[in-house]
Write a protein that binds this ligand. Structure first.
Ligand code: GLA
Length: 508
């Protein structure tokens, strides 16, 4: 009996205990237990150059040791995946095919501590107060054709701060780069635009005018300086409320910002989708870009219009209708062979849409940034020239090696890129070789044979594949800077791994 009473008391206390445990678990924020990373985490935040704090939300689901989820920033959202082992986690950006994780860390006392792209990463479980405010919705305008601005008859050439300097760009850097554009011969070779990318932005003043942050004390004075060197100044914004790096952008202020840029003397605008993706679906892309196309036109200043929306919504088909002069066709390039090749190959279907005033943009150059071989950088330059891509150097022009100079300043290759016919070559694959043929305005062709393989290979260029309308009279190797001879209708040469044989061939 006593034993039975004890048993039923034990059963009752187990039941009550289990109930209490269940209630406690339900009250816990969003995480199941001490080991699971499932939940919505918020970072402690990063102080931006304009004094604002940028927090990010990391939404994770843990299944066994696998992690999936999303990184939500004020500027963009990105799918992530990774693993957890003994409290240590590693996260990769989905779709970027990165070899290294971009967030790594450990779970310590219910918080996450580690690094994110080299910076400190700290996060705690988010509460409702951490969610980003919902911006007002502005209906996109109905579509019309914005007249061509008459700019960029050949692919724009210049320099952009993002690939190397990222957020470490400031007034002094831009001035010294402008000086170096002149002293290195870049300007005289055609590299005219000096473009400031993201992180220049301050906050809006009481009248809603966007100011620059402390890194750029006087944008007009900077434009005057750049202009005094015979160069032009470019700037960056987004059609969303925030740029990709989380700074204030042009949403709801399109005309006001275009007028501000014009008043500063800006000559080029890169307009990066970023947080517009949180407000609009892809169907609105054209209307949203049209809004800034109209605004730039109304500003009255000739400003090259560079659309940056990573090729979404077949931008090549409508980019010209919003007065876009160039449009990105891919996600961001990295200083790495596979990324560079993937970007240029992915844009092959856009070829019919390239032409004077309107260019497909496989992203800026990485030449000279150090992570590819000299042959790979020559291939990078050759391919960008063959596809009539904008040539925006992304390296430190002030400290170029002789090899980097010889690549960026190869005038024979630049001439292929700048050819007035404006044709975009596409690849034909034979084994590990890819052949790209670009018809030129004078009836000749540029032909590039890229060795995608990992060992030297013999390449053969057949005149019959070049549609020259006659026998080859003149052929020149544009990297060796020497004339070569076609024998019995073909020319053969050994091409090193990841190198390119680049010829100009004519029947005249
Ligand atoms: C995006 C663009 C990049 C660069 C960064 C800046 O990722 O694709 O080229 O402009 O934003 O934040």
């Amino acid at each position: 009996m006593i034993e039975m009473q004890n048993q039923s008391r034990t059963s009752a206390s187990i039941a009550v205990g289990a109930w209490v445990l269940l209630v406690c678990l339900a009250l816990l924020p969003t995480r199941a237990d001490g080991q699971s990373l499932t939940g919505r985490w918020v970072t402690t935040g990063k102080i931006l150059e304009n004094g604002e704090i940028r927090k990010e939300i990391l939404e994770l689901t843990q299944t066994g040791n696998d992690l999936t989820g999303e990184l939500i920033t004020p500027g963009y959202e990105m799918d992530v995946k990774g693993t957890l082992a003994s409290g240590h986690f590693e996260l990769f950006a989905v779709g970027w095919e990165d070899k290294k994780p971009f967030i790594v860390g450990d779970q310590v006392n219910g918080e996450l501590h580690g690094t994110q792209s080299g910076d400190t990463f700290e996060a705690r479980l988010a509460t409702a107060a951490d969610e980003f405010p919902t911006p007002p919705y502005y209906e996109p305008p109905s579509l019309h054709k914005v007249p061509f601005n008459g700019l960029a008859e050949t692919p724009p050439m210049g320099w952009n701060s993002w690939n190397l300097f990222a957020e470490k760009v400031d007034d002094k850097t831009v001035r010294t780069i402008a000086d170096a554009m002149v002293s290195s011969g870049m300007r005289d070779a055609g590299y005219i635009y000096v473009n400031i990318d993201d992180t220049w932005e301050g906050v809006r003043d009481a009248n809603g005018n966007l100011q620059s942050n402390h890194k750029f004390p006087d944008m007009k004075a900077l434009a005057d300086y750049v202009h005094s060197k015979g160069l032009k100044l470019g700037i960056y914004s987004s059609p969303g409320p925030r740029t990709c790096a989380g700074y204030p952008a042009s949403y709801g202020h399109e005309l006001q910002d275009a007028e501000t840029f014009a008043s500063w003397g800006i000559d080029y605008l890169k307009y990066d989708w970023c947080s517009a993706g949180k407000i609009y679906k892809n169907e609105a892309l054209q209307a949203v870009y049209q809004k800034m196309g109209d605004a730039l036109r109304t500003s009255g200043r000739p400003i090259v219009y560079s659309l940056c929306e990573y090729g979404m919504g077949s931008v090549e088909k409508w980019g010209a209708d919003v007065s876009g002069n160039l449009w990105r066709t891919t996600f961001d390039i990295r200083d790495e062979w596979a990324s560079m090749i993937a970007n240029v190959e992915k844009q092959a279907p856009t070829a019919p849409y390239a032409g004077p005033g309107h260019w497909n943009d496989p992203d800026m150059l990485e030449i000279g940034n150090g992570q590819m071989t000299d042959d790979e950088y020559r291939t990078h330059m050759s391919l960008w020239a063959l596809v009539a891509a904008p040539l925006l150097a992304g390296n430190d022009i002030r400290k170029m090696s002789d090899v980097t100079k010889s690549i960026l300043l190869n005038r024979e290759v630049i001439a292929v890129d700048q050819d007035p016919l404006g044709k975009q070559a596409s690849p034909v694959k034979t084994g590990t070789l890819e052949t790209w043929v670009k018809p030129l305005a004078d009836g000749s062709v540029a032909v590039g044979v890229v060795n995608m393989g990992s060992s030297a290979t013999k390449a053969k260029v057949n005149a019959s594949d070049l549609q020259l309308g006659g026998a080859v009279k003149h052929a020149r190797d544009l990297w060796a800077h020497k004339n070569v001879k076609f024998k019995r209708g073909s020319y053969s040469a050994t091409v090193q791994a990841h190198a390119t044989l680049l010829l100009k061939v004519s029947a005249k």
